[in-house]
Design a protein around this ligand. Structure first.
Ligand code: PGA
Length: 248
């Protein structure tokens, strides 16, 4: 049985004090949830978030990570740094990073391997643009992102890896993939992972859906057989809305 994960991607929103306030508001509303909850604030908000999360089961995630633990890499943040402030999860290869910051399948792979080696759980994001969907190449594209992004992960504990399927055209647009379409792509991702590793591995790995998840569509999406939770952007910044998603 795969325990669902609901992860909030807080993107570049909120200062440390506002992050703390959001967590304080959220905590009582999601206590005892069936889903595992992860919140991913910006780097500088991580210590404040960790303090605010004290005594809860809510996990802390970062939004990116570098593939080395130290060095002359201006602006980058290492797994070791993240772990010391209490981070357990890290989003890798989000479409906004692919689109605006030159993230490629190859850098996603380096980051994923290094994160796992350093005991962080990566949430590896894949997904097609609207043009790619219209061209009918969704599966081909997503298959390639998975194949390159997860190269070399043989022998990894499947519970220490999370995938998020996020169609780019559904992110922040209010357009959600239909639960059937999302489930179909996610089932395909599971097949690709099964071929790369083993069926047992593929059965255990959790694959989330992301892209305009809201309180009103969460239950339908999360109840699909292959969807194991959600990566939530905009709706995770409002405590009431996010807690309704968590308690879907
Ligand atoms: P959204 O973002 O929920 O605002 O569409 C999802 C994401 O970017 O992970």
């Amino acid at each position: 049985m795969r325990r669902p994960i609901i992860a909030g991607n807080w993107k570049m929103y909120n200062t440390p004090s506002k992050t703390r306030a959001l967590i304080d508001e959220l905590k009582p509303q999601i206590a005892g949830s069936r889903a595992e909850v992860v919140v991913c604030p910006p780097f500088v908000c991580l210590p404040a978030a960790k303090e605010a999360l004290e005594g809860t089961d809510i996990k802390l995630g970062a939004q990116d990570v570098y593939w080395d633990n130290e060095g002359a890499y201006t602006g980058e943040v290492s797994p070791e740094m993240l772990k010391e402030v209490g981070v357990e999860y890290v989003i890798i290869g989000h479409s906004e990073r692919r689109q605006y910051f030159n993230e490629t399948d190859e850098t996603v792979n380096k980051k994923t391997l290094f994160a796992i080696k350093n005991c962080l759980i990566p949430i590896v994001c894949v997904g097609e643009t609207l043009t790619q969907r219209e061209q009918g190449i969704t599966m081909e594209l997503v298959g390639k992102q998975i194949t390159i992004g997860l190269t070399g992960l043989n022998g990894v504990d499947p519970e220490k890896l999370v995938i998020a399927y996020e169609p780019v055209w559904a992110i922040g647009t209010g357009k959600t993939a239909s639960s059937r379409d999302a489930d179909e792509v996610i089932r395909f991702i599971r097949q690709v992972i099964g071929k790369m590793f083993t069926c047992e591995f593929a059965d255990k790995v959790r694959i989330l859906y992301g892209g305009s998840v809201k309180a009103d569509n969460a239950a339908e999406l999360m109840n699909m057989p292959d969807i194991d939770g959600g990566l939530v952007g905009g709706a995770s910044l409002k405590a009431k809305e996010f807690s309704r998603i968590v308690n879907f």
